[in-house]
Each structure stands twice: as structure tokens, then as C-alpha cells.
Design a binder for this molecule. Sequence first.
Ligand code: DUC
Ligand code: ZN
Ligand code: ZN
Length: 481
Amino acid sequence: MFDLLIRGGTLATASDVFQADIAVKDGVIVQIGRDLGEARNTVDASGRYVLPGGIDSHVHISQPSGEGIVMADDFESGTRSALFGGNTTVMPFCLQRKGEGLRSALSDYHALAEGNCYTDVSFHLIVSDPSPQVLGQELPALVEDGYTSLKVFMTYEDLRLSDAEILGVLDTARRTGALVMVHCENEDAIRYLIGRHEADGDVAPKAHATTRPIAAEREATHRALSLAEIVDVPLVIVHVSNRESMEEIERARRRGRKVIGETCPQYLMLTAEDLDGMDWEGAKFVCSPPPRDKASQDACWDGIERGVFDLYSSDHCPFRYDDPAGKLNPKGRESFRHIPNGIPGVETRLPILFSEGVMKGRIDLPRFVVLSSTNHAKTYGLYPKKGTIAIGADADLAIWDPAATRTIRHADLHDASDYSPYEGLEVTGWPTTIIRGGAVVVDDGVLGEGARTGRYVPRDRSSLAGPTETDVEQSSTGGIR
Ligand code: DUC
Ligand code: ZN
Ligand code: ZN
């Protein structure tokens, strides 16, 4: 007797689309085929797609922000929103504050997550203070413990690392097998431009985009890739917004570098014009790097289609708009410089890619699976336990109704922000039933009892980590095969 049977659906993996039933026992897929037998519970998936549960490997939840600023989502609301958007695992960032150790940051972060998650969760680290103690002792021990990825920033006064510090982090990554993600924007150039705009009294939200030009992102991308080449480690370039940065990634790959590229819905769907809203409404779209123009959108779609991008993540980083602790904080009303950076999107990430990508014929279903789940698992050491439909894999599944049409309204979403950047967007296709660890946690749009039982998942080292000599196979475009 199985615990669960999912009958009659069309399954899709990173490589195949086929009709089959799935049998689940003890949270794991145990059979895939026809006439599998009896189960305690059955889900009828006929007329729907059964896909690996989405993995969003780039989200921010309960992250300490500027003074007086509070992130809209905690683990409860953030993972609930993720779940309704077709995700069964999310990977938020645990931020190390300057002077703080990584272990103490992690123990605080675990305490926030414990008992509050609707999806499984696993944590990246943000290293802001790479002291000898952190690089020599803490980080190597934490990689052993399953914290196998970390992010560094080239921008933000309180987070940015110098090139020398980044080299130190990369060197530790090479020794330990950690995978490094980089936020690529040139802080000094941005500071210079902010100063110029403020001197001219040009302080509305739109100036956020003009003070963070493509050249600042492209230069930092080139520099980060060069530093990784000097140390000989792979690199994840996160939230890429434009063609010039994509070209840096492709050039590095042609030099034999292992580079993983990520883009996000905002670079496919928004432009800098959205920051130009009346009454400071443009603040709703302030994120970094900023959305660019139509040509950059087209370039990012091209990168999705051609494999320049291996990962498509939300970069969910939610702040409420009409809130003194959010976008309209007292200083944020005075200058773009004080508007917290980030936008919500964990629930709309996959419906947008499904509708704009699959339904509009830009990508096929296997590529959707690759971008939404499989490559996240492969990149960050969760594969093949997660990210695919296979015997022995966790029964983490999203059942999509390809005929469901919706107009995105924040009122229908499940996060704790007070707006969606995609309000009014019409989409076709929605994940209606979600199975996590073999439990039906969303049943035809209704949250199941006991759904808040997501677990923390320690991770293996990425199969992509380590020096280039121990190369894994990359596709013709240099991405993950
Ligand atoms: N970088 C992110 O990855 N998310 C939000 C803000 C930022 O700068
Ligand atoms: Zn970033
Ligand atoms: Zn982010």
C-alpha cells in the first residue's frame, strides 16, 4: 500500500514529457508507471502537468535591513507565498553583520525559521566580514555542516568587500568546495553618481535606476569573473539585468571558466520607466540592479532561451510600500537613496515564466523545469534528492493547470507585503496542487492542514564547485548540462 498516488497527469522533467502515475511512500517517489496499485490517498492530475516542485534559490526573508526598515516577510509568510507559487524549497540568505560570527548569525536565523516554514528551506550565507577567523575556521567548518554556498557584495557601503577581500573568500571557497555568488555593481561609481544626482536635487525613485547604470554592473561582472579566474574557482553571477553583463559571462565561458548565470522576473517584465510612477509609486520597483529597458528585457529573454542563464530566481526581497518601515520610510520619502532595495515576487516567479515563457512558445516544458527547479538543485547540492521526478527523489511536486487564467492581484497573493510589482498582469497557467515530502500541502488552491512543516535541508557541496581542472560537463553555451 502506497501513501499517495498521483494519477493521470502529464509529467515533465529536465529532459522528458510523458504520461505516467507516481507512487509515493514515506515522502519519497517509489514508482513511476501505469497501474501501480493501491494507495491511502489519490490525487487526480488528469489534464494537468506534474512538475518537480519549484526551487527558488534566491530569496530574502527576515533579513536585517537598514535602521528602522523591516523586511515584509518572515518565514511564515514568505514560505507560504512561495508554496502557493509552486515552490517546495526556498533558499534565503543568512546575513553576517560586521563584527559578528557566522555561527551566531546562523543560530539566530534557524530560530526564526524553526516551525514556521511551509516549504523546505536551506540557507546561503552572506559574508560581510571575512576576518581570518571566519575564513580560516568558521567557513570551512560550516561547509562541512552543509552550508555550501555564500554571497558577497561589490556594492552597499556596509556590505561590500574589497577586491582583496573577495579574493580571500574565493580562495577559501576553492579550498573548501563552497560555491560563491556575487552581487556585481561598482559601488564607487554608484556613490559618485548618487552624489551628482543629489547635488542636482534629482532625488525621485527614478534616479535609483540612473545612478546604477549598466556599465556599473558590467564592469563589476567583469571584475568578479577576473578575480575568480585568478583564484580558479567557479562563480555564480546573480540577478543579471542586461546584455553587456551576459556577454561578460559568455566571454568568461569561452575562456574555459565555469560560470553560472542567474536572472529574475523583474529583468524580463519591468523597465526603469516603472520607477517613474507618480506620488513616489516608483519606489515599488526599486531593486538592485534596477530594471533596464526593452532591449535589456529582450536580451534577458534571449539568455533564458539560449542557456546563458542557468537559473531563474525571484530575488524576492519584500518591503511594504505604504509603511514607515518600508519603501515610504521618512527618509525614503525624501530621496531614492533611502528607499530599501528589493521587490516581492516569490509567488509570481513561476506563473510568469510559465505564461510568458512556455505558453508564448519561448521555451518548452523541460526548459521550464530546468530553470525553475533542476538547475537550482544541481547548482546548490540538492540534486537528485530534489529538482527532478525520479525513484528515490523527495516527493516534491507542483501540479499545474495549464488552462487556468489569472490576473495577478496582490489581494490574491500570500506574502505580507502590500503590493505586487506585477499587479494586473494576465497569466495563463497556475500551480493548483502542491505536494511536499509526499504530503498534499495545497489542494486545489486550499492550504492543507499541517502544511507548516517544511524542514531545514543541509546541502552537499555543489557538483560545480572546485577548481576548473576537476571540471564538470557544461553545455555548449557553458551553462550546466
Ligand atoms: N541584492 C539582492 O540580491 N537582493 C535585493 C537587493 C540586492 O541588492
Ligand atoms: Zn544582490
Ligand atoms: Zn537578492
